[in-house]
Design a protein around this ligand. Structure first.
Ligand SMILES: CC(=O)SCCNC(=O)CCNC(=O)[C@H](O)C(C)(C)COP(=O)(O)OP(=O)(O)OC[C@H]1O[C@@H](n2cnc3c(N)ncnc32)[C@H](O)[C@@H]1OP(=O)(O)O
Length: 400
């Protein structure tokens, strides 16, 4: 019998949950002004608390936002974006997170959520709960002082800076049309409240620029410039989306023209974003990191499998999911149908490994090579690679 209880927090308990989460990350509690801005980021009814003792002290928390995930082929499935996970330092390793995850999964199942996603503070935490790396991303720095655009780079359209809080309304209206890749998620109103709160938090102003397409806005960038007394002045790109080549080039033409900047830093960008191809010397772009971006948990495997597109011949795969046994079993997976089967599998893997190939972050052959999946032979491996291939590398592009 565990020494804690889990329940959904009331709205008036959200601040305590935020402070507990912050403390678990070794951050100070939110000040009143910060909380006023952040309170609306908590979706009512989506924050869990773990309580110990009587009457009960909050010792752990996890929350989520209702969203949608774009899967390969362009369809969307209901998504829970999980965040704010923390357990008090004096109560860790007693199963609190395990119970929070179990309670979240039950709630997600009841509401028909097909997948959950999160950004992990540590890569060793979530695999045991059936999460696998769903998207990979890269970070890079651009030496702006040496960066010269190549002559053939598209001219791009007009880029203009937006002022004030209303700027985020413009971005939230523009974003759905920019959500073109597998792995991208809908940004609910609560997420935009959080984005506003984060923008108002730092010492430096957050700048927002939009690219005007032939009709609507078809790209935007959110950035901050830090200029220390000594050392490099850094323009940090917090958010950048472009629906077209013109928008991408236009936004970069603008970014490289911002004065009093030595270096441009980008984190968690799509692996195939061709920034280095814009400039005469591609080495002005240094890749600083390639790492997991988001972790994915397929909660309803049959629905998730049926939602995405496939290539080549159908294959039987066998999935094991100890936490959600309804997912366990064999599936015929092919371009024309996905259905359950008892036929012998060509590929066997756990639900965490399935998440790793679902959006295309990894190939089945890489999982077989490392013992994360088992295949019936070399032909099965090649067929599985083809089946789960994707046209575009998956990327989420949203921090939450
Ligand atoms: C989506 C996000 O919000 S990411 C942010 C996550 N939060 C943080 O990193 C804040 C600091 N850390 C914490 O608050 C806690 O350590 C948590 C939330 C990561 C884990 O909470 P706990 O209540 O200790 O987890 P719980 O006791 O349920 O652990 C379950 C298993 O995971 C293992 N585990 C949990 N966290 C870790 C970790 N950080 N490193 C290694 N193993 C871990 C436990 O050892 C345990 O293994 P076992 O089943 O083999 O015994």
């Amino acid at each position: 019998m565990s020494d804690h209880r889990i329940r959904v927090l009331r709205d008036d308990e959200h601040r305590a949950a935020m402070d507990l989460f912050r403390a678990s990350l070794h951050l100070k509690p939110a000040e009143d002004q910060e909380w006023t801005r952040a309170a609306g980021a908590f979706q009512p009814g989506r924050t869990l608390g773990a309580f110990a003792g009587d009457p009960g002290t909050l010792i752990g928390t996890a929350r989520s936002l209702d969203s949608e995930l774009t899967v390969p082929g362009g369809r969307t499935v209901p998504l829970a974006a999980v965040t704010g996970v923390g357990v008090r330092a004096d109560r860790t390793r007693r199963g609190v997170l395990t119970d929070l995850m179990r309670t979240q999964f039950a709630d997600f199942a009841e509401r028909g959520v097909v997948a959950a996603t999160l950004h992990a503070s540590e890569a060793v935490i979530y695999g045991r709960f059936g999460y696998g790396v769903g998207t990979l991303a890269r970070g890079c720095t651009i030496d702006r002082t040496r960066a010269r655009l190549r002559p053939e780079v598209p001219a791009g359209g007009e880029v203009r800076l937006l002022d004030g809080d209303a700027a985020f309304d413009v971005l939230s209206a523009a974003y759905p049309a920019l959500r073109t890749r597998p792995g991208m998620m809908a940004r609910p109103a609560h997420w935009w409240t959080w984005a506003r709160a984060v923008a108002g938090r730092g010492d430096e102003p957050t700048s927002i620029a939009v690219h005007q397409g032939p009709g609507d806005i078809d790209g935007f960038v959110v950035y901050t410039v830090t200029r220390p007394r000594t050392g490099s002045a850094v323009l940090r790109v917090d958010d950048l989306h472009a629906a077209t080549a013109e928008a991408f080039a236009g936004l970069w033409r603008f970014l490289l023209s911002v004065d009093l900047v030595d270096e441009i830093r980008l984190g968690e960008r799509a692996l195939d974003e061709p920034v280095e191809l814009l400039v005469t010397d591609p080495r002005v772009c240094t890749v600083t990191e390639v790492a997991d971006e988001t972790w994915l948990r397929l909660l309803d495997v049959p629905t998730a499998l049926a939602a995405r597109e496939y290539y080549g011949d159908p294959l039987v795969i066998e999935v094991t999911d100890p936490a959600i046994p309804a997912n366990t079993g064999g599936y015929v997976v092919g371009p024309d149908e996905v259905r359950r089967t008892d036929a012998p599998p060509a590929l066997r893997l756990g639900v965490d490994a399935l998440a790793m190939i679902y959006l295309g972050a990894w190939r089945p052959s890489q999982l077989v090579q490392t013992g994360r999946a088992q295949a019936a032979g070399a032909d099965a491996v090649a067929a599985a690679d083809r089946l789960f291939s994707t046209r575009t590398p998956a990327w989420c592009g949203t921090f939450f």
